[in-house]
Design a protein around this ligand. Structure first.
Ligand code: SAH
Length: 510
């Protein structure tokens, strides 16, 4: 096989990034894997080969010879090009099945777990998998004809699709981006280099970040700029444009032109800020944020707790699903008010506070200082006093504290919720020596989850149950919460006597 060859292929699976996966028979026996862009599960397609590697190749669909049984017309007109929703052409129920299979296949291939399905709780999907996102990040640029563009990156590139609406975002975003596109166009006539040019690393406005508190109606708008501030007078114009956007939103809302949905209701501009990012980087946010007007953060209510969220802090993007995800994590933790718990990778303390009500005390650790500031205020605002937060890398902070005072910092239960790259071995080793009864692993990447489970299994832990959650409908990402139990210690002997099956039954009952 070589580049530009045309092939006919049946799509049998879909990968990480929403690419269709098929297999072609080799003359010497066996098969060769091909990743096909634009093709979905079940399709038979003609495709052109774009890149050949030793064990696999990439291709692009040329013609759909026979559509798969699960192919659907996507709700969004730019779904095929946009880098956001890579699976919108696939029926939602089938997306869920695919995600379940991805998790179990990682657990068996990488995690070396025999028949992982035995421990699986059914994936928690959304009843209405649209308009669920509370956070959007719009790249800003200039098009071929000098027009200001604001929208979404096309898949695997940084070319901007100038798009007004997004089927998975809160509807207020359309009003915000319409107003800002118009304002930025006006600014462009006045100020040279007002819009950032990524290739030249020149110009000011790079991205616009928005966040909506679905329960509180608070809106955050943050302009990411390659500079220290906007030109004089622009702050007022910005506020005015956003006020007008919200007036338009509320008018349409009261006239019934906006469909009901999560978080749809009255919205107030609570926090307007500029984040300074002067680096030549793919990272969206820089380290410093300057408040232009209002508060430096917005509030959101989740699981009965009130949270303040800064632009730099991580906060789950799908609040409807997050409530269910955290409830499962807390249930898996199995707390009785007696336990010392570590919440590693705690962000603004969302899981920490959810655990605090049923634990003796909870420690949280997180790398972003702003998030820890939020976490401390969140604990205080909710009257939670049995928590303590530490800033730093979990893999550095935990071994240090544990060495200093093992009695105090030993945990009965540990919750980890790392970013996609998973846990650092420098964290897993001290975690094992701490030997908690249970480890609850919240993961957004089943491959690194499986790798870490394999490591923890070698250290004496056993997977008892796991449940995938669809936090990112129409993308190929899948979240998963798993429960691991310590097996090799006399203190848990009584529990060890119970068979695996008992445990599974316990956690299956809802
Ligand atoms: N549990 C939180 C946050 C999970 S996201 C929630 O559900 O909201 C993962 C978090 O890990 C992010 O806040 C990120 O800033 C943080 N993080 C990334 N690397 C880290 C490290 N090495 N040590 C501690 N925290 C880290």
């Amino acid at each position: 096989m070589k580049k530009n060859d045309e092939i006919e292929i049946l799509i049998e699976d879909m990968g990480e990034d929403g690419l269709g996966i098929g297999h072609l028979p080799l003359s010497e026996g066996g098969t060769f894997t091909v990743f096909v862009k634009d093709a979905v599960l079940g399709d038979r397609v003609r495709a052109v080969v774009t890149k050949v590697k030793k064990h696999y190749a990439y291709a692009k669909m040329l013609a759909l010879l026979a559509p798969g049984a699960y192919r659907v017309e996507p709700v969004c007109p730019v779904a095929a090009r946009c880098g956001g929703c890579s699976m919108m052409q696939l029926d939602y129920t089938e997306q869920l099945r695919l995600k379940e299979r991805r998790v179990s296949s990682c657990l068996s291939r990488i995690g070396k777990i025999e028949t992982p399905e035995k421990y699986a709780l059914p994936i928690v999907g959304m009843e209405h998998p649209y308009r669920f996102r509370n956070k959007m990040q719009f790249p800003v640029g200039v098009g071929k004809n000098g027009e200001v563009q604001m929208g979404f990156y096309a898949g695997r590139t940084h070319s901007i699709i100038d798009q007004k609406t997004c089927a998975i975002g809160h509807p207020v975003n359309t009003y915000v981006t319409d107003a800002l596109r118009e304002l930025f166009s006006a600014w462009r006539c006045r100020y040279e280099d007002i819009i950032y040019d990524e290739t030249l690393h020149k110009g000011l406005i790079r991205h616009v970040l928005t966040r909506v508190g679905f329960e509180t109606g608070e809106l955050m708008v943050c302009l990411v700029i390659n500079g220290r501030k906007l030109p004089d007078g622009c702050d007022e114009e910005l506020t005015k444009a956003l006020d007008k956007a919200l007036d338009d939103y509320h008018r349409d809302l009261s006239e019934g032109r906006i469909e009901e949905g999560p978080g749809v209701g009255e919205i107030r501009l609570t926090s307007l800020s500029c984040n300074i990012n002067r680096e030549k980087t793919n990272r969206i946010l820089g380290d410093t944020t300057v408040t232009v007007s209002g508060n430096d953060r917005i509030a959101e209510v989740l699981g009965g707790n009130r949270f303040f969220i800064s632009p730099q802090s991580f906060f789950q993007v799908n609040p409807v699903q997050t409530e269910k995800l955290y409830a499962k994590a807390v249930a898996f933790a199995g707390l009785t008010k007696e336990e010392t718990v570590w919440d590693m990778y705690c962000g603004i303390g969302t899981i920490t506070l959810a655990l605090s009500r049923s634990a003796k005390c909870v420690y949280g650790v997180e790398i972003v200082p702003q998030a820890i500031e939020d976490a401390r205020e969140n604990a205080a605002a909710n009257g939670v006093t049995n928590v303590e937060f530490f800033t730093g890398k979990a893999e550095e902070v935990i071994p240090e504290l544990y060495a200093k005072d093992p009695e105090k910092y030993r945990a009965d239960v540990v919750v980890v919720d790392p970013p996609r790259k998973g846990c650092d071995p420098a964290l897993l080793d001290p975690l094992l020596s701490m030997s908690p009864e249970r480890i609850v692993y919240v993961s957004c990447d089943p491959a690194t989850l499986a790798r870490d489970i394999a490591y923890l299994s070698d250290g004496g832990y056993e997977l008892k149950a796991y449940q995938p959650f669809d936090q990112f409908c129409h993308s190929s990402h899948v979240e998963c919460v798993s429960l691991l139990q310590r097996m090799s210690n006399t203190r848990s002997k009584e529990k060890d006597m119970r068979s695996r099956q008992d445990y599974i039954e316990v956690y299956f009952v809802e």
